[in-house]
Write a new protein. Structure first.
Length: 270
């Protein structure tokens, strides 16, 4: 079988031993500005260094210049770039309603920066149908660009109803719908919210033809809560986790990554 650039890059993300992955999205500053765990460049460097056991890390383009020696090398996390911007996550000047995202990094720029892939959002269920049309069109075009460039595309598919705390956003049928659409548009990996139980999440995972990884969601009360959730999503058949705030806002990101690695790679080794 001929090996493509994308296939090689995917193999770098997933552990050869377990077939699973732990990716840390550490790019929230491009959406929300400074916050706990993202106060300044010194904190950024210390945290990225502590995240060395992770399989991958998502960064904004602007952060790469400060930590280029800590990512992408042998025994370092694969570098993935945050591809777009939206106003839905911020608490300062909060958005009155969910909105679609806009692209801020091209595959060409990502490749030049040394990244192996991009992570992009896709919001469905937006109030304005034209915005939803734009989301689907943008992701489809980005998938084609990543295919030509040989880069991995992770799509974080989301329901706009998360913004209003509507329980339908966590219904496995909703998750299965937007995850499947993301895959059919060309995503190599789909990141989505956890539905809350192993059985319900399993149905969403099985409906998606590409690997599914679970978002960590709001920060858990304890590190053990994050580890327990990781076990659950792996039991449901997920290909891994993409935990952000639960990791880099913890009191000891390095220790938590080790505990998550045990839950994802060791306990569920295939």
């Amino acid at each position: 079988m001929e090996m493509t650039g994308k296939a090689i890059r995917l193999r770098k993300i997933f552990s050869h031993a377990s077939g699973k992955c732990i990716i840390v999205p550490y790019s929230h500053a491009v959406l929300s500005g400074p916050q706990k765990g993202l106060e300044n460049t010194s904190v950024l460097r210390n945290t990225v260094a502590a995240l060395r056991p992770a399989d991958g890390i998502v960064l904004p383009m602007g952060s790469v210049r400060h930590v280029s020696d800590l990512v992408g090398g042998r025994d370092q996390p694969v570098l993935l770039l945050h591809a777009d911007w939206h106003p839905n996550a911020r608490t300062v000047l909060p958005s009155p309603r969910p909105a679609g995202a806009i692209s801020i990094v091209t595959p060409e720029a990502a490749s030049a920066a040394g990244a192996d892939g991009l992570m992009a959002y896709m919001y469905l269920g937006l109030n304005d149908p034209s915005e939803e049309h734009a989301e689907v069109s943008r992701i489809a075009a980005l998938a084609l660009e990543c295919e030509r460039a040989g880069l991995v595309l992770i799509v974080e598919s989301r329901s706009a109803q998360e913004h209003t705390k509507d329980p339908i956003a966590y219904d496995p049928k909703t998750i299965a719908m937007h995850a499947r659409i993301a895959a059919e548009l060309g995503a190599d990996i789909v990141k989505c919210v956890y539905s809350g139980s192993v059985e319900s999440f399993k149905s969403a995972v099985e409906a998606c033809p590409v690997p599914v990884v679970a978002a960590g969601g709001p920060k858990k009360d304890t590190p053990e809560g994050a580890v327990d959730m990781a076990r659950s999503v792996i039991q449901a058949g997920a290909a891994g986790i993409m935990f952000g705030r639960n990791v880099w806002q913890s009191s000891n990101p390095g220790e938590l990554i080790k505990a998550l690695s045990s839950a994802v790679h060791d306990e569920m080794r295939v």
